[in-house]
Design a protein around this ligand. Structure first.
Ligand code: ADP
Length: 601
């Protein structure tokens, strides 16, 4: 069975650094590695320019101010300015380059993801809600990019800088350094506490965001039903609850962050007070130079910033790794098998055969059981049966949306598995019941996927299925824009466009799920004529909902609970007085209300 794995849920968090994931991300950074390394190289330059400044202050105060050396002071001031300009320049370079590399690599990653998603088997989409797949391509990739934006990659660099500051402090004055660092253990404890809290809370936020997304998706796509049944109030309350829960979790994370930030500020100020008290008394005693004290103040401020940011960066790294894990899981989901290499059949063009086919969407809940039938070239076969009998499954298998675990389907004498999928789908035109129109013009929707079709061919296809008249009456004609999946067209019109689309391909075999929705008599007439045109000179397998279709079919197959129970022409089956006879009475000749009752059964 094509058991495509379900995607990871959102809330798992793992390591903050995962070499394997990093190596995979590197594949995307690699094309831009020159810029990347340039950015990396400007990091230490930024740090050096930053660390040198307090030291310059110290030298300025202790050496030049003390001696009244104005010329020396000017030079030093220039050096200070130079260090500052260098720091900003290097920082700018580093940030701009990092983001440019990040955005380019992640755009490449998105492109790969989309290409991959397009090749996933339909069973994957059965198992994974659309919202989750969309999240992988949007939010998750953004979360990875945050790793670059938040400077999380520089955590190591931060550590080096901390060591650097400590080294300088100890080199200047050991005792003052010890006093300065006396409160650091407290800070580390606090950070650890908040890190664990923030991590738990992060998981909660993700869960709640996922819940909101899932709910919104359902509510918005089901808006018609919500409005029809006046469920707005109920839907609003549910949403409000989810929204509120999300706000609370988010707020909590802000509370933690604010607490951590103010704590860092307090500890840094307290350290300064300690240094002032201790260092000040030593200055008074003549044991310490004023410049040293000033330099310490400067270093303290620079020291607590990376410590404070550490927990944020850690959290960003952690979520980026989790996001990367999810993204790569999607990328690792096996794509639809490309099938064999055969680009043509070995048997008669247009023939189709099901040979003892079994199929289950899940486990061993078979929805097709030992289904065998043959369709000769040019023949029109109607599939009928109650709802859930397996009719749509037959056509989905024929279009190779799912792999067949038992039995064989042959198209033109060749097993589906041996066909090149693309070549196969060129030979089989499929029209589904719910016609999907894409954003674009009517002409583009008809020519779908066939770049070689010019306006003349598109118009010819439309003419053959009688779609030309309504299209030409549109204000924009063939250039009329399709809005939001074609809601500006009636069901009948959408169907005619779909017919034109199938015909533009001129497929050998046509597979069609007739729409159940009734259309106005005029369109109904057009649709019937269009169908006749579609069925002419090609093999057709139709899930029939119209009396005219079953009557004119060469053969009718009656499916019931995944088995073919009867087969014959309309007349033969009526005379047999079996399943078809009952179905005919319910479905095809009864007034609409009885049909609805039958369908509900
Ligand atoms: P019909 O077209 O005759 O109404 P289908 O072929 O759509 O019947 O469905 C046959 C059975 O397969 C039904 O019981 C249906 O619930 C099940 N089924 C259809 N599509 C899926 C799917 N994507 N995942 C799981 N079960 C499905």
């Amino acid at each position: 069975m094509a058991e495509a794995e379900a995607l990871h849920p959102e809330e798992q968090l793992g390591k903050a650094y995962d070499a394997r994931l990093m190596a995979r991300l590197w594949v995307y950074v690699r094309p831009y590695r020159r810029w990347f390394w340039l950015a990396v190289a400007s990091l230490p330059a930024t740090s050096v320019a930053m660390l040198v400044r307090p030291y310059l202050l110290k030298v300025g105060i202790d050496r030049y101010v003390a001696r009244g050396d104005v010329r020396g002071l000017r030079i030093l001031a220039l050096a200070y300015l130079g260090a500052m300009v260098a720091e900003f320049a290097f920082f700018y370079l580093q940030y701009a380059l990092t983001m440019s590399v990040a955005l380019r690599s992640l755009a490449d990653l998105r492109r790969d993801l989309f290409t991959h998603v397009q090749r996933l088997p339909l069973s994957f989409f059965d198992r994974n809600p659309v919202g989750r797949v969309v999240t992988r391509l949007t939010t998750d990739v953004d979360v990875i990019s945050e790793m670059f934006a938040a400077g999380a990659l520089t955590i190591l660099m931060d550590a080096v800088m901390l060591l650097g500051i400590m080294g300088i402090m100890f080199a200047i004055d050991v005792r003052l350094a010890l006093v300065t660092l006396s409160l650091v253990p407290l800070m580390i404890l606090a950070i650890n506490f908040f890190r664990v809290k923030a991590r738990d809370n992060y998981r909660r936020i993700r869960e709640r965001v996922a819940r909101i997304n899932a709910y919104l998706q359902e509510a918005i796509s089901g808006m018609r039903v919500i409005q029809l049944f006046a469920r707005e109030e109920h839907a609003f309350r549910t949403f409000d609850r989810f929204n509120d829960a999300h706000r609370r979790a988010y707020h909590l994370s802000n509370v933690y962050e604010a607490a951590l930030f103010s704590l860092a500020e307090t500890v840094s100020s307290a350290s300064m007070a300690l240094v002032l008290a201790y260092g000040g008394s030593r200055i008074l005693g003549g044991a310490l130079a004023l410049g040293t004290l000033v330099a310490f103040f400067e270093y303290i401020q620079r020291f607590f910033v990376p410590i404070r940011d550490f927990s944020t960066k850690y959290a960003v790294m952690q979520s980026a790794m989790a996001a990367a894990e999810r993204v790569f899981q999607l990328l690792d989901t096996p794509a639809e098998p490309r099938g064999g290499k055969a680009r043509s059949g070995v048997g008669r063009a247009g023939s189709v055969e099901f040979d003892r086919v079994w199929f289950a969407y899940r486990g061993d809940e078979y929805v097709l059981r030992d289904v065998s039938f043959r369709v000769e070239p040019g023949e029109t076969v109607a599939l009928v049966g109650p709802t859930g009998a397996g009719k749509s499954t037959v056509i989905k298998l024929l279009a190779r949306f799912y792999e067949v675990p038992r039995g064989t389907i042959r198209v033109e004498g060749r097993a589906l598995a041996d066909w090149d999928t693309e070549a196969l789908r060129r030979r089989i035109g499929v029209v589904f019941q719910d016609v999907f129109l894409f954003a674009g013009t009517v002409a583009e929707n008809i020519a779908l996927g066939r770049r070689d079709l010019g306006p003349a061919e598109v118009a010819a296809a439309a003419r053959r299925v009688r779609a030309d008249r309504f299209i030409e009456r549109l204000p924009g004609g063939y250039e009329e824009l399709v809005r939001e999946r074609g809601y500006n067209f009636s069901t009948g019109q959408r169907q005619l466009i779909a017919f034109a689309r199938a015909l533009a391909y001129d497929p050998e075999i046509l597979v069609l799920d007739e729409a159940t929705a009734s259309v106005d008599p005029e369109t109904e007439h057009l649709v019937q004529e269009a169908l006749r045109e579609l069925f002419r000179n090609r093999t057709a397998i139709v899930i029939a909902h119209r009396l005219s279709t079953v009557e004119s079919a060469d053969r009718i197959l009656v499916l019931h609970r995944g088995r073919i129970r009867e087969s014959g022409t309309h007349q033969e089956l009526l005379e047999a007085r079996g399943l078809y006879y009952r179905l005919y009475q319910l479905q095809f000749s009864a007034p609409p209300e009885r049909r609805a009752a039958a369908a509900a059964r």
